[in-house]
Design a protein around this ligand. Structure first.
Ligand code: NAD
Length: 270
């Protein structure tokens, strides 16, 4: 393992899922960081749940003792604990200014050879790397949700990412038993540039009263053979994350096709 001590920053859906994945694959010395204590508490429960139940539905995952594995994770709100880490996997809120503030702080705290892995849905890796003085050691790994159950990720090198960082990221993914598809560094990469159009248009179809949400999902599952319909996918991701991602795609491409359907931002859609 190139990375003996790893920090996961952001303990929401993805941070908790990736921490569970690290534990399934024998990683030790993990820092899980969030600004919210209640999110850290929730993450502890989610990780424990994943460790206990995922091996029942995914036999490729090693059975681990949940209590023992959780001893390897330090849950904290103190970002400066990451100063010795070899790699940081960032999973915080999908807002450019929020990420900028964090990357600038991490750049000051971390040792010079720490790699930064951005698990962003839509923000360009080159743009994120520019918030640091180590643009060559920043790389994107777009994990899928739930991280431990998904076998493939998008791997995104920014314009300045060096070969050493790319190779370390590839070895890391192989240790997690994941394959990857290397894609270009444009906002949304491949998966979200396309899938968010589906999810957004499905919400517009609900708004226009073409069909009920369940009917739209049924068409995608039963006519197209998708595992989840577009609205179920949006629910799995989190409607706030979908809305943030659409806003980034809209701002990045200046293309009205990414204007976010208001149903994603209103608290009570129907
Ligand atoms: P989430 O809202 O569940 O979690 C985000 C967490 O970040 C929250 O717990 C929040 O308290 C924390 N946070 C915010 N600012 C912070 C800071 N400065 N320092 C530490 N913690 C901070 O979101 P999520 O769904 O886990 O998504 C996180 C990232 O992963 C986003 O960039 C998102 O686009 C990306 N992503 C999401 C999915 C998905 O399916 N949800 C899939 C792939 C990538």
């Amino acid at each position: 393992m190139d990375w003996q001590e790893i920090a996961v920053v952001g303990a929401g859906t993805m941070g908790a899922g990736i921490t569970a994945d690290l534990l399934f694959h024998g990683y030790k010395n993990i820092w899980l960081i969030d600004i919210s204590l209640s999110q850290l508490e929730r993450a502890r429960k989610d990780i424990e749940h994943a460790l206990r139940f995922y091996p029942l539905i995914a036999p490729n995952l090693a059975k681990v003792d949940a209590n023992e594995a959780l001893q390897q994770v330090s849950f904290t709100t103190q970002l400066n604990k990451i100063h010795r880490c070899d790699a940081v996997i960032e999973n915080i809120t999908e807002k450019v200014t929020v990420k900028q503030d964090l990357y600038q702080k991490m750049d000051e705290i971390c040792k010079p050879d720490t790699c930064f892995i951005a698990n962003t849905s839509c923000i360009s890796i080159t743009a994120i790397a520019a918030f640091t003085s180590r643009m060559d050691q920043v790389i994107g790994i777009h994990f899928m949700n739930p991280a431990a159950l998904k076998s493939t990720v998008e791997l995104i090198a920014g314009v300045h990412t060096n070969q050493d960082t790319i190779q370390k990221a590839e070895r890391f993914l192989s240790e997690l038993g994941k394959s990857f598809v290397s894609v270009g560094d444009f906002p949304g990469f491949v998966s979200n540039r396309i899938s968010h159009l589906f999810m957004n248009e499905a919400a517009f179809a609900v708004q226009d009263r073409l069909a009920e949400p369940a009917q739209i999902d049924k068409i995608f599952r039963e006519c197209f053979g998708h595992k989840l319909g577009p609205l179920e996918t949006a629910d799995l991701i989190g409607l706030d994350v979908v809305a943030d991602s659409l806003d980034i795609l809209f701002e990045s491409y200046h293309d009205s096709k990414y204007r976010c359907c208001l149903l994603y931002t209103s608290p009570s859609p129907r």
